[in-house]
Design a binder for this molecule. Structure first.
Ligand code: HEM
Ligand SMILES: *[C@@H]1O[C@H](CO)[C@@H](O)[C@H](O)[C@H]1NC(C)=O
Length: 364
């Protein structure tokens, strides 16, 4: 085994030894501290510091979650028939129009947080670039998140997105998959993107409650969303009967109907299950799908790669498990070709997951 491993390492390093792969060249930036492969990316380091310290406050909290959600609501505003600019920042510039779309409920709070920073750095980043930069940077404080590549150079938006392009939590699975499919995002990629709901919660589903997390660990980009949502629902965190919400398995959490159905529909249930016990797979597929979503409406070749400004998020230290008191018998098995993994159960009494503290409470 040791011998095989040595040969393996030798083969891997051969191209470097032979000088076939150039060592990555990174130019020192004018700040004298940072370096970037493309000097045009140097201006982003100061934006990065400002956002990490003053918008996200170095936490995987409400402001980070909002910036992550914003990349989705901006990017999917494109359609082969009705048009739209995709990942163009129209949700910032044409907020007066886009905030009236029902699917954008709660985005007003996100713009209250993010908008002033977008204006402050408008000389460095276009609206479309800012939305993507803030979204992928927001993951830097979320343990377990992958590093998502960031490209710069999106032109300013020219118009608001047409209405009705952002999926809603009460849409049937075929409607959701058809919407994503029309812009080239496959069912497996849709499920991978929903790893984002691992660092997420709802402010506008239950009219009386804010910051209701979608899984038991909303500050960690782990696979828990794919576990918790597969468990049999037993109750609501607050009132029942809200549109887009179904019963959840852990007190204090809120389950979206769309997540619930995507975990069970035969078009997506095996993809959903495949992430439950596979942090690496979830990370790599989320990173690829999120990057792809951020290119909607653009050609990658027209943009500059500034990925070296994005930090590697901290690793996830825990391991996938069932919430306290729950076992494999609480799983609603949906995938017909493989069994849901039999995970350990977290010790302790049943959880009551606390709400996510809100970054902006002024109009909640
Ligand atoms: C099937 C498609 C999707 C549906 C129906 C959906 C629906 C929702 C809903 C209803 C909320 C709660 C909003 C509120 O009440 O405050 C939410 C939150 C969120 N969504 Fe999605 N979502 C979808 C896909 C995505 C994707 C692709 C991303 C990737 C970036 C994403 C990221 C988030 C995040 C980060 C939050 C949390 C926001 C916060 O806590 O402030 N979602 N989503
Ligand atoms: C909304 O759009 C207007 C006009 O483009 C802009 O002045 C304002 O700053 C935007 N608000 C936010 C929060 O982005």
């Amino acid at each position: 085994m040791a011998f095989t491993k040595k040969i393996f390492i030798l083969v891997l390093s051969l191209p470097v030894v032979l000088g076939l792969v150039a060592p990555q060249k990174r130019a020192l930036c004018p700040d004298g501290v940072n370096s970037a492969a493309n000097a045009q990316c140097c201006s982003l380091f100061q934006v990065r510091e400002d956002l990490m310290n003053n918008l996200f406050e170095n936490e995987c909290g409400d402001a980070s979650h909002g910036a992550l959600r914003l990349i989705f609501h901006d990017s999917v505003g494109i359609d082969p028939v009705v048009g739209g600019g995709g990942a163009d920042g129209s949700i910032l510039t044409f907020n007066a129009t886009e905030l009236t779309f029902p699917a954008n409920a709660g985005i007003d709070d996100v713009l209250d947080d993010v908008g002033p920073f977008a204006l402050k750095w408008a000389h460095v980043l276009s609206p479309g670039d800012f939305v993507q930069f803030a979204g992928v940077l927001s993951l830097a404080a979320c343990p377990g998140a992958p590093k998502v590549k960031f490209m710069m150079g999106r032109p300013p938006p020219t118009a608001a997105s047409p209405p009705n392009l952002v999926p809603q939590p009460f849409d049937p699975v075929p409607t959701i998959l058809a919407r994503f499919g029309s812009i080239g995002i496959e069912p497996q990629e849709v499920v991978a993107l929903l790893a984002s709901h691992s660092t997420a919660g709802a402010d506008d589903i239950d009219p009386n409650l804010q910051g209701l997390p979608f899984d038991i660990s909303p500050s960690t980009f782990d696979t828990q969303i794919f576990i918790d949502v597969q468990l049999r629902g037993t109750g609501f965190p607050g009132s029942g009967g809200n549109q887009g919400e179904v019963e959840t398995a852990v007190q204090g959490t809120l389950r979206l109907q769309s997540d619930h159905l995507l975990a069970r529909d035969s078009a997506t249930n095996c993809f959903w299950q495949s992430f439950a016990n596979n942090q690496e797979l979830m990370m790599s597929q989320f990173a690829a799908a999120a990057f792809k979503m951020g290119l909607l409406g653009h050609n990658e070749a027209d943009l500059i790669d500034c990925s070296d400004v994005i930090p590697q998020p901290p690793p996830f230290a825990g391991s996938p498990s069932f919430p306290p008191g729950q076992t494999i018998t609480d799983v609603e098995q949906a995938c017909s070709t493989a069994a849901f993994p039999d995970l350990p159960t977290q010790p302790g009494p049943p959880l009551v997951v606390p709400p996510i503290p809100q970054a902006d409470d002024d109009d909640s």
